[in-house]
Structure formats: C-alpha cells, structure tokens
Design a protein around this ligand. Structure first.
Ligand code: PLP
Ligand code: MN
Length: 378
C-alpha cells in the first residue's frame, strides 16, 4: 500500500520535498509531533500519573510507538478493530474504551487477549460481562465504565457500579482492575475556569462512586479518564491515576480555541496539516483549493488557513472536492498551483479520511506512515 502511495506522489526510489507532494495530502511535522508527545509525557510524569494516550486520534503504529518510547504505559483504542491493527504492529498494552458487544467482535477480542501481553476492555452491562467471560480462554482485564452524565456508555449510578462489580466477581475468567470515566462534554469548554468548575463537580461524583466500590471490596487500582481539554485540570484534582489524552499529539482548531492550561499560549502546537493547492483562481480575493468534505472532517467548523494566503484568510467548504479561501481584504490574486496549508477543524475523523501520513522535517519528506487502523471501526 505504501508503495502505491509513493507511486501516487511520484516518489518511488527518491526522497521528496513537501512542496512537491500531490494534494490534498495529510502531513505530519515530525518535530512538532515529538515536542507534543514529550510535553504531555513530562507533564504526566511530573504529576505522578500513568499516560495511556488514546490512539483513536492517530490510528498509527508508528505514533503509538513514539508515545510508548516517551514513557506511555500503552495506548487506548476506541474499537476492537483499532486494537487489532495496533497489536499487529507490535503495541502490546491496550485498553479498549468502548464496550465490545457484537458476538463476532467478542470472539475476536478473546483471540486478541491470547496474542498480546496486556489487554483490557470497559464494561457497563451484566450480560456483556457474562458474554466476555464465556468467550475468553485466558483471564481478561475489565474496567467498569462510569457514565459522566451524557448517557452514552457507562453505568448510571454508584449502585449500578457496585452491582456490576458483584457480577464481575462471579466470573473467574475476568479480572476487575478499576474504573473509567471520560468527561467528553466538558473537554471543549473554552474557558479554563468554567471547565475547571464543570470537571470538579464530575470528579466529586466519581469520588463518591469509588467510595461505594471500595466499601464493597472494589477499590480501583486504575482510575482512567482525561482528554486534552481536561488533563491540566485533572492534574490538580488528583482523582485519575491514568490519562487517555488523544488530540494533543496533533491539535486541531477545536482545541486551539480552548485555554488548555490557564495561560494565553497553548502548550501544544499544530503537528497535523492538510496541504492543498489552488486549482481555480478567477476572482480576486478568493481561490478554490482541492480540499473539501473528503479532506477534512466536517463536524468541527471550518479548517484553519495557516499559510499560502494573506493573514486572516478564511476557509469555507465548497463541496466534496473543493474549498474556498477568502482574503480578508478581498484583493489577493492567487495563481493556480499555489500551495495552501491548513489545520484540521477536528483531528481524529480527519485522519480517518487518509491512507497515510506524509511525515516531514522542515520542508523535507522523511517518511510515509500508514494510518494503520484507518476505517477499523468494528
Ligand atoms: N478517552 C475517550 C473515551 C475518548 O472518547 C476520547 C476522545 O474522544 C479521548 C479519551 C481523548 O480525548 P482528547 O482527544 O480530547 O484528548
Ligand atoms: Mn475528537
């Protein structure tokens, strides 16, 4: 597949430069990526928290290995297929953060549990607990998923958590290791103060659930959660023992607009880009580029124009294959072929649109990494 990618870019057998790449293309700046990985690893270490970054963001064996090399204890995966793809590449400690329910998936989960050193999955339902127990050969680690209040997944109360703990205890094939509570809704609250207030309230609730579990012999060894938006606050609240931060590796517009660390500058930088090209330029002050709905996830607003346009230029989706760039002064005249670099509105679903990352250092293409778990959503 990678040879196909290289051929597509006319790169087989030679090094390339970023500017020569066919577009639209997903680009990772290796140096910025490594700085982001190091900053989060150091911050977690400083606060005595285990870091298990969420691989749903990058779906990449190469990036997972960089995170582990920087001190992560393993990774999280959203889905079983993602976990299989990363395990295939040699990642050997994985927590699956959504329940695995479909019968064929449960069978595959059991097979994966035989293959890797450390596999864990969250549960929120007694029937699912029984199904997992019936399927596995080697004991499987489970964590009780706790609903942070959005009614997506997770047990809805402390009493339900204790009930589930008891059910897990009836299955000698399962090892209870702790709890997960990921506060998704709070991650993107723009103000640090408001986000802190919202998360403090949720962590008080989590503490009350943990107290009930403890009272019933279920003191959690692992309390996992946190995202890029909450990690700095979670560090001071001190309830979580393990962090699942994902987007920090790349950043995106949604997170760039949040005050992540109670300071004017964001502690992480853009390392993920979509490089595009002007394909039509017949009106002053605007240009059509070759990146539209198929180049960026569409749930997070417009992409961010970083270069190749006057300061303050904006992007607007113009259909499946096209986007429009607007110069704020309505004067700039582009030439076809001009390069325009953009940042993703929302990184995770943008990555899933591409087969590969084109990895650059400065302006030189230094590697092509597959998006190993692209489309592995089941
Ligand atoms: N944990 C879970 C369960 C998630 O769903 C996500 C992202 O959606 C993350 C962690 C990572 O969070 P973020 O991308 O905000 O860092
Ligand atoms: Mn996301």
């Amino acid at each position: 597949m990678l040879d196909d990618v290289r051929l597509h870019h006319g790169l087989v057998g030679r090094a390339g430069s970023r500017a020569e790449l066919n577009t639209p293309v997903l680009v990772v700046d290796r140096d910025a990526l490594e700085r982001n990985i190091r900053r989060m690893a150091e911050f977690a270490r400083k606060h005595g928290v285990a870091l298990r970054p969420h691989a749903k963001t990058h779906k990449s064996v190469d990036i997972a290995k960089l995170q582990v090399a920087a001190g992560a204890v393993g990774v999280c995966c959203a889905k079983l297929g993602e976990a299989e793809a990363l395990a295939e590449g040699g990642v050997d400690s994985i927590l699956i953060t959504s329940p695995v329910v479909a019968a064929p998936a449960v069978a595959r989960l059991s097979a994966l549990n035989e293959r890797i050193r450390d596999l864990a999955v969250v549960v929120d339902n007694p029937a699912n607990v029984a199904a997992l127990s019936a399927a596995v050969q080697r004991p499987l680690t489970v964590l009780i998923d706790i609903d942070p209040g959005i009614r997506r997944t997770g047990v809805p109360s402390a009493a339900a958590a204790v009930e589930l703990l008891k059910v897990i205890g009836q299955h000698k094939n399962l090892r209870y290791r702790g709890v997960q509570m990921y506060c998704s809704r709070q991650q993107h609250i723009a103000s640090y103060q408001e986000r802190t207030a919202a998360l403090s309230e949720r962590m008080e609730y989590l503490k009350s659930v943990i107290a009930e579990l403890k009272a019933h012999g279920g003191a959690p060894e692992v309390v996992t959660g946190a995202g890029t938006g909450s990690h700095h606050i979670d560090a001071s609240l001190g309830v979580l023992t393990e962090w699942q931060t994902g987007s920090y590796v790349f950043m995106d517009r949604q997170y760039a607009e949040c005050d992540l660390a109670n300071q004017p500058s964001v502690p992480f930088e853009y390392s993920l880009f979509v490089d595009a090209r002007v394909v039509s330029a017949n009106t002053p002050g605007q240009a059509t580029i070759d990146a539209g709905y198929k180049a960026f996830a569409t749930d997070g607003g417009p992409a961010v124009v970083l270069s190749g346009a006057p300061k303050g230029s904006t992007y607007q989706f113009m259909g499946d294959e096209h986007g429009m760039i607007f110069d704020p002064a309505s004067k700039h005249v582009w030439t076809i072929g001009d390069a325009v670099r953009l940042a993703a509105p929302h990184c995770d679903p943008t990555v899933n649109l591409y087969d590969a990352y084109h990895v650059v250092s400065g302006e030189t293409l230094v590697a092509i990494w597959p998006v190993s778990a692209r489309g592995r959503s089941r």
